[in-house]
Design a protein around this ligand. Structure first.
Ligand code: SF4
Length: 466
């Protein structure tokens, strides 16, 4: 029986969900699942949908891995050391499987979409039952069904191009929701593994996106984050083409009290129309995260980013001409292969010119399977660390100065929790995505409040409830 299950000809996911639910219902108590999503917000959002599939099958959830009948790791491939951590975790839970042979151990996501990882898993981690690549939303129910039917090891690392819709999510927050609008990437930046593991760009239809957001807003969600590897190339692959700004304008028509954010956007697709849409639409958060990665044209070329520093600065100028205080943040890679001191100086110059409110900076980390991993690199690690410290110091200085512009202003804040550092105070985010700490009470969590800003620091602004 074990060898006769054809993974290509399994019943539909819906049928598999029903069959597994009936199988699990025979157990004396409700089986529990432990799910951990590593990596980016897209992975977290997919993890919420995977939880939805497990819930439909009849699983409850636990944070205690030792209590679980099913363990699912939804992995990330961006950094190699994150992969090492997953292998370490899998090694450490081997004894749980020995103690409980009925435990189902499943690994999915970008890491397992790589053939060499799946090969390693099959050969050396034989306690793993199910391995799926980036198509877990399509395949999870079927693979658990195959396992239920007696298949010892089920594997599918093929990237499926269809996007499963109408999947319920088990959302972690009751007021902030992430909504993927597209999957995959066509860009092949030379440092990035994503196009190899997530396939080419596939956009969800505007109808599905708008219906999901309308439901969220009707259910009290106040912040919707649109997700994709390159959100502003949305719609190019659709039969009825639609641009990203057109999608934003359609979403903006949904009545209610909410903000729309998005990430990540690519400077090569950041059009004046997109900037105008952000400025003109009432629900659009007044903040743009525009990853520049480097301030040097030769480095941008080696990264295959397909824009120049001059083009990037003209986009910044366009939006700042219309809104001088407009909030911009970015991603920067320090120490890309053979980045010279001159290249790095140009990055510092760009940061001084744009004056970001915040940045996410990373020391370049070599990623097997990418083009950049083959590039010569003569810059010592100690030099890269020093450059990082210089960049962080510059950004700290700029953030301190930028944040002073809020002092004395009264702003809307979406309250998201209690301050960990100062008991009795609450925290939230402004439309610029600025961290705000203020006087308030826990019943404000998930609500918009008005705060008068009295102080600014390098990483947050503080004030009193109005
Ligand atoms: S745009 Fe570049 S960095 Fe972003 S996911 Fe695509 S290839 Fe990776």
């Amino acid at each position: 029986m074990l060898k006769e299950i054809d993974l290509e000809n399994l019943p539909s996911p819906e049928v598999c969900i029903t069959e597994v639910r009936e199988w699990l219902a025979q157990r004396p108590s409700k089986p529990l699942a432990y799910l951990h999503s590593f990596g980016c917000q897209l992975n977290v959002a997919e993890g919420e949908k995977l939880s939805g599939i497990l819930k439909q099958m009849g699983y409850g959830f636990t944070d205690d891995v030792s209590q679980a009948s099913l363990i699912l790791y939804h992995t990330c491939a961006v950094r190699e050391n994150a992969e090492d951590r997953v292998f370490g975790t899998l090694g450490s839970i081997k004894k749980l499987k020995q103690e409980n042979p009925g435990l189902i151990l499943c690994v999915t996501g970008c890491m397992t979409a790589q053939k060499q990882v799946a090969d390693k898993m099959r050969a050396s981690y034989r306690h793993v039952d199910i391995v799926i690549g980036t198509s877990a939303l399509n395949r999870l129910a079927q693979m658990i069904y195959a396992h239920m039917k007696g298949l010892r090891y089920a594997e599918d690392i093929v990237t499926h191009i269809d996007i499963p819709e109408n999947l319920e999510s088990v959302r972690e927050s009751s007021f902030k929701a992430a909504v993927p609008i597209m999957y995959g990437c066509n860009n092949f930046c030379t440092f990035c593994i994503v196009p190899y593991v997530r396939g080419r760009e596939r956009s969800r239809t505007p109808e599905h996106i708008i219906e999901e957001i309308r439901n969220l807003v009707e259910n009290g969600y106040k912040e919707i984050m649109l997700l994709g590897q390159n959100v502003n190339s949305y719609g190019k692959d659709l039969e009825n083409k639609m641009t990203f700004p057109e999608l934003l304008r359609e979403i903006n028509k949904i009545p209610g009290e909410y903000w729309i954010r998005f990430m990540s956007s690519h400077p090569k697709d950041a059009t004046p129309e997109m900037m105008d849409t952000i400025l003109e639409c009432e629900h659009m958060a007044k903040h743009l995260h525009l990853p520049v990665q480097s301030g040097s044209n030769p480095v941008l070329k080696r990264m295959n980013r397909r824009y120049t520093v001059e083009k990037y600065l003209s986009q910044v100028q366009y939006i700042r001409d219309k809104a001088p205080d407009f909030s911009l943040t970015t991603d920067l890679i320090v120490g890309f292969p053979d980045e010279s001191e001159e290249d790095f100086q140009k990055t510092l110059d760009l940061v001084k010119q744009v004056r970001y409110d915040n940045m996410y900076s990373f020391i370049y980390s070599r990623r097997t399977g990418t083009k950049a991993a083959e590039m010569p690199d003569s810059t010592p690690e100690s030099e890269k660390s020093q450059r990082m410290q210089r960049l962080l110091a510059l950004q700290r200085e700029i953030s301190v100065e930028n944040n002073q512009r809020f002092v004395g202003k009264t702003i809307a804040v979406l309250c998201d929790g209690e301050s960990r550092k100062r008991p009795g105070r609450m925290t939230g985010r402004s439309t610029e995505n600025m961290l705000v700490e203020f006087s308030g009470t826990p019943d404000m969590i998930g609500q918009f409040v008005t705060v008068r800003i009295t102080e600014s620091h390098n990483n947050m602004i503080c004030g009193e409830l109005v």
